[in-house]
Write a protein that binds this ligand. Structure first.
Ligand code: AMP
Ligand code: GLY
Length: 425
């Protein structure tokens, strides 16, 4: 068995690790991969958005399964091109992934499918007066979102009309997010606790993984700028609605709506929820695994995870029973100095040989330099994962192991998995 994982982050290292631990001991190729995936298998320097090159690589190496990680690869049609080449792919078509790369489209699908979500309007520079009216109707308590992919930066959570008008101007006049912000969604601001639910889907059937919670802000107590994610834990059972309700109210109608539209969803449907005492509503869909949530969800899914991905890619998932969850996992991200604005790079990393046997280290921004040393190459350098019987134990182990790792300028949050992240009152 040979698996190709597309991407180069911590998520892809975790996916590659999860595939490699299968009892059949598959060979894993990563495109382009990172310093961590190079230890598990082979890295091949291919751009994640170069769909023909990915398909060519998969054909040449005769891979049995392609697992597509990043949203940019999905939006670029990597899954489509590979399927057209007769390959087996875990990852939605660009049309099905539109549920992530257009927020207007996601809202339309949700409304059509009857999925609970915040009230919304969508518009452009030409129809801006509608958007301004809606901001006034919500008295400024709204969220302004660039419609397209904006590297997680296109969302402004507002509490005043002035903030909302400024966020609209940033998208429509200043074009801060380029074409991604030429269409804007304004929605009602929700309060509550956020949790993410992941469904492995074969177009029709699905299986749920452990719910997870990530920490997007740079600093403790959810202060500082937004990042790609500074840590996560699973299972996030506290404050998570019963998974059966999420399945019936969100996943089943969404899969049905996408199937009816001729764009069946094969891949990981990531459901971001806001949970409040009066129920839950969907904040966003992603068409892929979360990063860094994958680093905690995948270890809990057990050594048969690859079977699940293969079954979904082949349209042969067994059924809707939630996957069993044993224990808990916590990931803490070790970030480079200057992240997220301007991370420094090229610092040697030490201490990885000193980790406990059952601690995991997923690389995100690492590579081997010319002298063979492992060095930093990006903002989120490593994710150290502790595993235990409960979240508190997993958390303690994650931090104990993190202390053994060093590179110049390394920093992390100290409160991952203590307070619920993203509690919005
Ligand atoms: P999104 O990319 O749509 O998930 O938004 C990014 C983040 O913005 C979410 O994780 C939430 O923290 C916040 N957010 C998005 N939509 C809302 C909303 N309607 N109310 C409150 N916060 C929101
Ligand atoms: N951790 C959030 C995401 O992957 O979108």
């Amino acid at each position: 068995m040979r698996v190709l994982v597309v991407g180069s982050g911590g998520r892809e290292h975790a996916l590659a690790w999860a595939c490699a631990r299968h009892e059949s001991r598959p060979e894993v190729i990563c495109a382009p991969g990172n310093g961590g995936t190079a230890q598990l298998g082979t890295n091949v320097a291919v751009s994640v958005t170069d769909a023909p090159a990915v398909a060519r690589l998969a054909r040449e190496r005769e891979v049995d399964l392609i697992v597509v990680g990043p949203d940019a690869a999905l939006a670029a049609g990597v899954s489509d091109t590979c399927r057209e080449a007769g390959l087996t792919v875990f990852g939605p078509s660009a049309a099905a992934a539109k549920i992530e790369w257009s927020k207007t489209h996601a809202k339309q699908v949700m409304d059509q499918a009857g999925v609970p979500t915040a009230r919304w309007r969508s518009g452009t520079r030409e129809s801006r007066s509608d958007l301004f009216d809606f901001v006034l109707e919500l008295d400024g308590h709204c969220v302004v979102k660039a419609d397209g992919l904006a590297a997680g930066k296109g969302v402004a959570v507002c509490d005043t009309r002035e903030d909302a008008f400024a966020a609209l101007a940033a998208c429509l006049d200043e074009r801060r997010f380029g074409d991604a912000g030429s269409v804007v969604v304004v929605e009602e601001r929700l309060r509550g606790t956020e949790v993410s639910v992941f469904a492995i889907c074969d177009g029709r059937r699905y299986q749920l993984l452990a719910p997870a919670r990530d920490y997007k802000r740079a600093h403790d107590s959810d202060h500082g700028p937004n990042t790609g994610g500074m840590g996560a834990y699973a299972p996030a059972t506290d404050g998570c609605p019963p998974l059966g309700e999420v399945a019936v109210q969100v996943i089943e109608p969404t899969l049905a709506a996408l199937r009816e539209a001729g764009t069946p969803f094969v891949g990981c449907l990531y459901v971001g929820l806001m949970v409040s005492p009066d129920g839950f509503r969907v904040l966003e869909f992603n068409a892929r695994f979360g990063d860094p949530e994958t680093q905690v969800v995948v270890p809990l899914a057990g050594p048969g995870f690859l079977d699940l991905l293969l079954a979904a890619a082949r349209g042969e998932l067994a059924g809707p029973a939630p996957a069993p969850v044993a224990g808990a996992a916590v990931v803490v991200v070790a970030a480079a100095q200057g992240y997220p604005a301007a991370p420094r790079t090229d610092d040697p990393i030490t201490g990885l040989g000193d980790l406990d046997g059952d601690a995991l280290c997923f690389h995100a921004g690492t590579a081997r330099d010319q002298r063979g040393r492992l060095v930093t190459t990006g903002g989120r350098v490593l994710g150290i994962v502790g595993q235990g019987g409960d979240v508190a134990t997993a958390r303690r182990l994650a931090y104990e192991n993190l202390e053994r790792v060093h590179f110049a300028g390394m920093w992390s949050r100290s409160d991952i998995a203590t307070l619920p992240a993203g509690v919005r009152r």
